[in-house]
Design a protein around this ligand. Structure first.
Ligand SMILES: [Zn+2]
Length: 304
């Protein structure tokens, strides 16, 4: 049994966090960006919902689940586990589509196997309820993959290229190309993606390997603002997007291996055709695919 701290616990002394429950008798509990009611609300928890985090000065900063980083007032938390869980304890999510010059898919159900029935546009506000533990969110227009939205930013563009690596997920080194290229990439260089995008990539890679006997090799994934500046100065627009506007800056874009000579990922070649045929089933989209001859044959955005 855990005990309630008086607020004197220092942030970070309980690495794993402690579990609390949203107290009964309130409509809902705001999850805020920071430890004060002055911070904007970014989500809601219903009475009885379990929340795990680190307590400090009357606030609990969430360390597990889809609302990681958010803060809730401990005035409305209890250590008493509800006798019976409420029927729908799922958190309410409010966010904005993070892809730039892109969209996020709306599906008829919570999974990639469900058909695409619409789109949320770039930076559009999304509100809905998390399905089970996520990442799918039920909205009034259908289901959206939570990896495509930012819930702690009113201007998602401010996150572009500025996401701390610990909030992204490292891709397995075995997905990396063995090529060396600027600025300093080798096969051993860690690449990072949005966690939901990486989950989708794992599924894509498993299917790709069944088809081709090897993984789809990757050049680049997340790019920091500074690295995007480097590429933009080297190639210019549109080949390299203006710093702060590339979907690589959200960890939501993948460049499969590019070569100067035609090869499997080139337009119309075997791996490119397979990717374009199957991309929607894995939540990816090549924005240049309509041309089948121009733009980046190797670039795929995660769109849920
Ligand atoms: Zn790219």
């Amino acid at each position: 049994m855990t005990t309630t701290h008086s607020g004197s616990a220092q942030l970070g002394t309980e690495a794993a966090g402690t579990s609390r429950f949203v107290a009964p008798g309130i409509d809902s509990l705001n999850v805020r960006m920071g430890p004060s009611s002055a911070y904007p609300a970014v989500g809601l928890l219903m009475p009885g919902a379990e929340v795990t985090g680190i307590e400090y000065a009357g606030w609990l900063q969430i360390t597990e689940g889809s609302l990681v980083g958010g803060c809730v007032s401990t005035d409305y938390l209890t250590t008493d586990r509800p006798a019976a869980m409420p029927s729908v304890p799922c958190p309410h999510i409010v966010g904005r589509v993070t892809t730039d010059n892109q969209f996020a898919n709306i599906r008829s159900g919570p999974g990639f196997s469900h058909p695409i029935v619409g789109r949320y546009t770039c930076h559009e506000r999304v509100a809905g309820a998390l399905v089970d533990d996520g990442p799918w969110i039920r909205t009034d227009r259908g289901y959206l993959n939570g990896g495509t939205i930012a819930i702690y930013a009113t201007n998602p563009g401010s996150l572009n290229g500025c996401i701390p690596l610990h909030l992204l997920s490292p891709i397995p080194l075995c997905y990396n190309t063995d090529s060396h290229f600027d600025p300093g990439y080798t096969q051993a260089t860690p690449r990072y993606l949005n966690g939901s995008a990486l989950s989708a990539l794992h599924r894509l890679q498993a299917a790709f390997k069944r088809q081709f006997g090897h993984f789809a090799t990757i050049d680049l994934t997340y790019r920091s603002y500074a690295e995007q500046q480097y590429w933009h100065e080297k190639f210019g627009s549109p080949r390299a997007a203006h710093p702060g506007t590339s979907n690589h800056g959200y960890g939501l874009a993948i460049d499969f291996e590019e070569r100067d000579e035609p090869w499997i990922f080139s337009w119309g070649a075997v791996a490119n055709r397979w990717l374009l045929t199957h991309q929607a089933g894995f939540g990816f989209h090549n924005p240049y695919a309509s041309t089948l001859q121009e733009g980046e044959d190797y670039h795929f955005n995660f769109v849920g």
